[in-house]
Design a protein around this ligand. Structure first.
Ligand SMILES: [Zn+2]
Length: 62
C-alpha cells in the first residue's frame, strides 16, 4: 500500500510546487538578464547589477 501511496504524494507535491518560481529573498529583486536571459536575484538597494553569466552591467529601474 505504501509503495502505491508514496509516488502519488510525490506527484501531488510536485504539482503544488510547480506554479511559478519561489519569491526572491527579502531585499533582493528577481531579474532576468536582457542579454543572456540568466535569472538572478540582485540587491534591490543597488542602482544596478552585473550579470553573473555574461558580466553585462544592467541598471535597475526604480
Ligand atoms: Zn547576462
Amino acid at each position: 500500500m505504501l509503495g502505491l501511496l508514496l509516488p502519488l504524494i510525490g506527484v501531488l507535491a510536485a504539482a503544488l510546487a510547480a506554479p511559478g518560481d519561489p519569491p526572491p529573498p527579502e531585499g533582493t529583486k528577481a531579474v532576468v538578464c536582457p542579454r543572456c536571459n540568466a535569472k538572478q536575484n540582485v540587491d534591490s538597494s543597488l542602482p544596478g547589477y552585473e550579470c553573473w553569466q555574461c558580466k553585462l552591467a544592467v541598471p535597475l529601474n526604480r
